[in-house]
Design a protein around this ligand. Structure first.
Ligand code: PLP
Length: 361
């Protein structure tokens, strides 16, 4: 297959990352967060490898859960809606709940199908996004315990500030509030708090709990604005090809709006990638790519399908040459910084028109 732009996924790097993570888990269970098509990496090709290391899959929605063809339990981490109750029960997915109406609907459906539906209960201790507010959690959990054919498999909370350098005190407060709540429950459950950043920085977020929910680290990316503190490595390289080369003279405008005007005679290469592929338009006039191991700065606006770079100082550049957008010489974190966002967003935005190719390097 000839691609204009493509993503290469290194499955041996994925295995390496999972080994590095597992070695440090101290026996805790691993819920692999694979929402948003495995953070843009293309879940389908990763499933057989991940399956050998993990205990649970974590996705954001019913649609994502339906795409995983695997026997391990699948947890839907975001709230489900009423019309999704039937397929969730039919497929034995594990919904995260924070609404008693949804629990009742799950119960009704489970009774009809002669099933027991396992659920995760999220408690909000500070994220203020989803979950039962901590002050109502005991009552909620006790109510759920009385509802037939529904079984609380797990109770968790999600950290708001674990990536933030000064976020420590709030993380520890969330952990304390969560633990106080658990002490007041009649039963014991599988309980968890940590995401990647929490797990790397705060033993308090997992040492006394049963499981960690790890996303970004699996892909070898960092939850911080510095490198991860364990030796994971990126599994993704994003590449494209040169489709046009031209010289422009001093004073000539380049690309839409002539945002860039050549300060001297320059050699430009046009790349077969644009914001339609998820390449951030905010890299216009400020990003760079790697060609023949050298940096080529982006000039002018990133277009929908094409991007123009300065190759004046790179010898022997030809049409058809391979270009690295993310990979050797330029990390996802660097691209994110230049695009004014985070690596999570750059990765998840790589569009479906970019094929993912899985390699054993
Ligand atoms: C996305 C998500 C995670 C994973 O976060 P990372 O920073 O990628 O490790 C964990 N828990 C919940 C509830 C999430 O939504």
């Amino acid at each position: 297959m000839i691609s204009r732009t493509w993503v290469e996924i290194d499955l041996s790097a994925l295995r390496h990352n999972l080994t590095v993570i597992k070695e440090r888990l101290k026996g805790k269970k691993l819920l692999a967060v694979v929402k948003a098509d495995a953070y843009g990496h293309g879940l389908e090709g990763l499933v057989p490898v991940l399956d050998q290391y993990i205990d649970f899959w974590g996705v954001a929605s019913l649609d994502e859960a339906l795409k995983i063809k695997n026997d391990k339990p699948i947890v839907i981490l975001s709230p489900i809606l009423q019309p999704e109750v039937t397929p969730v029960v039919e497929n034995d997915f594990i919904p995260t709940v924070s609404s008693i109406e949804i629990v009742r609907a799950l119960s009704k459906e489970a009774q009809k199908l002669h099933k027991v539906v396992n659920i995760f209960v999220e408690v909000d201790t500070g994220m203020r996004r989803t979950g039962v507010p901590a002050e109502n959690a005991i009552e909620f959990i006790n109510d759920v315990e009385d509802i037939p054919n529904v079984k609380i498999m797990s109770i968790f909370t999600h950290l708001a500030t674990a990536s933030l350098p000064e976020g420590g005190p709030k993380v520890l407060q969330q952990v304390r509030d969560f633990r106080n709540l658990l002490k007041r429950l009649r039963n014991s459950y599988m309980v968890h708090v940590a995401n990647s950043a929490g797990w790397l920085r705060f033993p308090e977020t997992y040492e006394e709990f049963d499981l960690v929910r790890i996303g970004i680290l699996i892909y070898g990316l960092s939850p911080f604005d510095h490198s991860p503190t364990i030796p994971v490595r990126p599994i993704l390289e994003w590449k494209t090809r040169i489709v046009d080369i031209r010289w422009v003279d001093k004073g000539m405008g380049v690309s839409y709006d002539h945002m860039f005007v050549a300060p001297c005679r320059m050699k430009l290469a046009t790349l077969s990638v644009g914001y339609g592929d998820g390449y951030p338009r905010s890299l216009s006039n400020r990003g760079y790519v790697m060609i023949h191991g050298k940096r080529a700065p982006i000039v002018g606006r990133v277009c929908m399908d094409l991007t123009i770079v300065d190759v004046t100082n790179i010898p022997d550049v030809k049409i058809g040459d391979e270009v690295t957008l993310v990979g050797h010489g330029i990390t996802m974190e660097e691209v994110a910084k230049l695009a004014d966002t985070v690596n999570y967003e750059v990765a998840t935005r790589i569009s479906t028109r970019v094929p993912r190719i899985y390699l054993e390097k």
